[in-house]
Design a protein around this ligand. Structure first.
Ligand code: ASP
Ligand code: MG
Length: 422
């Protein structure tokens, strides 16, 4: 049986006709290598943003179902055009949307998870010699409703397809040369990583490095799909390979540094210090599908027998969070709710920090030396995050990148490393 390679091209890679033709050449090259090829594409350029803008101009609060109807159209345009480009070069190709294939998702609009992918149609078409071009980002529920996977979700479509088809590899072609130690636009001496583990990539993705949709990395890890992030415009560069941590040799404690400016901090003051309060609070948020990132509960104030609980969420979820808090306020018998949106989360990530003491203290010392105040701290086995003032984010990123020896000899070519805007 032939090997299957899944290739994914982001919005910038298919932004115009010339670029679509370029993608067709890259696809054909892989086919000429003797492999079966399944291609996943995003919407062209800024199409999705443009569709969102139009929707908001018509209705400031569009229904999630209609948003999915609208946004899923962007990818339908690019699959048809790319397929035509491949056919024009004399190769057999066919495009499919999520409904035609059966990319089944949960019944949640705007951030559905993939539950299952039917492969019969794909296999049949591959066996007939076709290159298959699939619309990323979209799915369908059991009762035929169109869903989307969340912004940037085409990466996840590609990895899920690779897992379902037991593909040899999933190549994510984008407008950056690979995964960097940090954002090269802020730190010009950021260096490209040759390899990184799923675990580290997952933490980097969640910490704000927007190279890959975090769920794509989770799926790749779960099904052990080797993932490669590489540039569509420089296909000779092998990019960054993402693998299981057990397959890697780790020599630096920290692999990357990231900053996330998309969060807000919410503090619920004076919550009674009794069992069940945190469960009520976070249970109510979970019921509404709101993910919480950092959580801190203060040391109980004995005199009043109350705690403050601070947590961070994505900015977009703030209005819904506030209305949930409003509805459970009496049940919690809590005090004021404070919101803080001038914050940045700075994280250092590395599988090499396991069992290596002193990494956290080096981070805190470096921030202190730069006169940066830490407002919240959270840690996992391979990540340390600090919440700081937004205005200090760039300074913190630069200082940490340098103290953990991540600098490249030469500055990165920033032009070639702008992140995918899709
Ligand atoms: N086009 C969608 C977006 O802009 C999905 C993707 O590009 O991955 O979010
Ligand atoms: Mg993307």
């Amino acid at each position: 049986m032939k090997k299957i390679i899944v290739q994914k091209f982001g919005g910038t890679s298919v932004a115009d006709i010339e670029k679509i033709k370029n993608v067709a050449r890259t696809v054909i090259k892989e086919k000429d290598n003797g492999n079966d090829v399944v291609v996943v594409v995003s919407a062209m350029g800024h199409t999705t943003d443009h569709l969102v803008k139009m929707a908001k101009e018509i209705n400031p609060n569009p229904s999630a179902r209609e948003m999915d109807m609208l946004l899923s159209t962007g990818e339908c345009v690019s699959i048809a055009l790319l397929t035509m480009a491949i056919q024009a070069a004399g190769y057999k190709a066919v495009s499919f949307n999520a409904i035609q294939i059966g990319i089944l998702t949960e019944n949640i609009h705007s951030k559905a998870r993939i539950i299952d992918i039917k492969t019969d149609k794909l296999r049949k078409n591959l066996d007939n010699g076709n290159i298959i071009v699939v619309a990323g980002f979209q799915g369908v529920t059991e009762d035929g409703e169109i869903t989307t996977l969340g912004r940037g979700g085409s990466d996840t479509s590609a990895v899920a397809l690779a897992a379902a088809l037991n593909a040899q590899r999933c190549d994510i072609y984008t407008d950056v040369e690979g995964v960097y130690t940090t954002d090269p636009r802020i730190v010009p001496k950021a260096s490209r990583l040759d390899v990184i583990s799923y675990e580290e990539m997952l933490e980097l993705a969640h910490a704000g490095a927007n190279v890959l949709h975090p769920r794509s990395v989770e799926t790749a890890k779960q099904y052990a799909v080797p993932l490669r992030v590489r540039s569509s415009f420089n296909i000779d560069n092998e990019g960054t390979l993402i693998l299981g941590v057990e397959k890697m040799e780790i020599n630096k404690p920290v692999a990357g540094v990231a900053s996330d400016l998309s969060q807000v901090r919410v503090v619920v003051c004076d919550i009674p210090d009794t069992p069940g309060e945190a469960a009520t609070l976070f249970g109510s948020l979970a019921d509404e599908n709101i993910s919480v990132d950092m959580i801190i509960q203060s040391y109980a104030r004995k005199a009043y027998n109350t705690n403050d609980i601070a947590f961070t969420i994505n900015k977009e979820d703030l209005p819904r969070t506030m209305s949930i808090l409003d509805s459970i306020k009496t049940k919690l018998s809590a005090g004021d709710v404070k919101v803080d949106d001038d914050i940045a989360k700075i994280s250092i990530i590395g599988a090499g920090m396991i069992d290596r003491p002193g990494i956290a203290s080096t981070m805190f010392e470096t921030l202190a030396k730069n006169n940066i105040n830490i407002r919240m701290i959270s840690t996992s086995e391979i990540k340390i995050s600090c919440l700081i003032n937004k205005e200090d984010a760039q300074k913190a990123l630069k200082a940490l990148h340098s103290v953990f020896n991540l600098e490249a000899e030469e500055s990165a070519d920033v032009k070639g490393t702008l992140p995918d805007e899709d």
